[in-house]
Unconditional design. Structure first.
Lengths: 182, 141
């Protein structure tokens, strides 16, 4: 299984904003495992909120990583706040709209709104905002406190590079990306 | 117009610490230690730094905190500053110089590196902002 919780980048404003989408599918096993059937209640296939937060973290993390050509190991360090008012179900499309608030050598902070695009009938899609998530990222090489991390950039692996390339943003990946920021 | 110490405290309490640490307003007093009383962890300090910048920046004057300015980093890696888990005289001098917003007088007897984080109180942050705003204001120069 690939730990990719965004499917496509649909908007990119350098150092400011990144919008990505994720299509929720009934073929995803975890949807059915999240609220399995219990006595008196049928199974309810919903996208776990924790994975919606992960999706936003990947969108915002890519945005933060793009600032320095993906040389930094950008790690989600803290979910400052998260609010989700509605559930995403198979057939829905989640839209992660991430805005970078601050980035420096030590880390970055971002705030994102989660929208839901729900096909209600043929040719008609309802779009509503369902939440807001604030995240803090640490650049681990700058904050390692004596800990050693691998040289290669395990954060922005091949999986992410294919998403970046598919969005036509391959040029943002520095030649030295994948090596230590040093 | 310059902000008073009380105004700075209120702003730090409402716009920075409640959000960054998820604590109630009444827990945030001037004497509260960030780590000991408010249970701040290391990553919270970066969050606090970012939120201070946002809270005290104005359109014509950014409030920018350099890395290590508010909470010095890598203190323990210099053997001239730390010996046997305690700060040396040179280490104490460095702390006083780099963190004028923290009161080290009582700590001088103990000097244990494990306790230094707990010295940073809400009052320390208020003093930090107060100094920084005064230094950046043309009327105070």
């Amino acid at each position: 299984m690939r730990w990719n919780w965004i499917d496509r980048i649909v908007r990119f404003e350098p150092e400011r904003r990144l919008v990505a989408v994720k299509n929720v599918s009934a073929a995803e096993e975890h949807l059915h495992d999240h609220f399995p059937a219990e006595a008196g209640r049928p199974a309810s296939a919903v996208m776990p909120a924790s994975l919606i937060i992960e999706g936003m973290a990947q969108a915002a993390g890519l945005l933060a990583g793009s600032v320095h050509g993906f040389r930094e190991k950008v790690i989600l360090a803290k979910i400052t706040s998260a609010r989700l008012d509605d559930e995403a179900i198979p057939g829905d499309q989640l839209v992660y709209d991430a805005v970078l608030e601050r980035v420096d050598a030590a880390g970055a902070s971002a705030v994102g709104t989660v929208r839901l695009r729900r096909p209600v009938r043929e040719g008609e899609i309802e779009e509503i905002e369902i939440g807001e998530i604030s995240l803090l990222f640490s650049h681990v090489d700058a904050n390692r406190s004596g800990l050693e991390f691998p040289q290669e950039n395990f954060v922005f692996s091949e999986n992410f590079r294919s998403i970046i390339a598919a969005a036509g943003l391959g040029h943002l990946v520095a030649a030295t990306a994948g090596r230590s920021a040093g | 117009m310059a902000m008073s110490r009380d105004e700075i405290f209120e702003k730090i309490r409402e716009d920075v610490l409640v959000e960054a640490l998820g604590v109630d307003e009444d827990e945030i007093t001037m004497d509260a230690s960030l780590t000991r009383d408010l249970e701040a962890e290391s990553i919270d300090f970066l969050d606090i730094q970012f939120k201070l910048e946002r809270a005290f920046s104005t359109d014509d004057k950014p409030f920018k905190i350099e890395q290590g300015e508010l909470f010095p980093e890598n203190l323990l890696e210099n053997p001239a500053w730390v010996s046997d888990g305690r700060f040396t005289d040179a280490g104490m001098e460095m702390l006083r110089e780099r963190m004028p917003h923290v009161d080290f007088d009582e700590f001088d007897a103990d000097r244990s590196v494990n306790e230094v984080g707990a010295l940073i109180t809400v009052g320390s942050i208020v003093s930090f902002v107060e100094r920084k705003l005064a230094a950046g204001s043309p009327s105070a120069a």
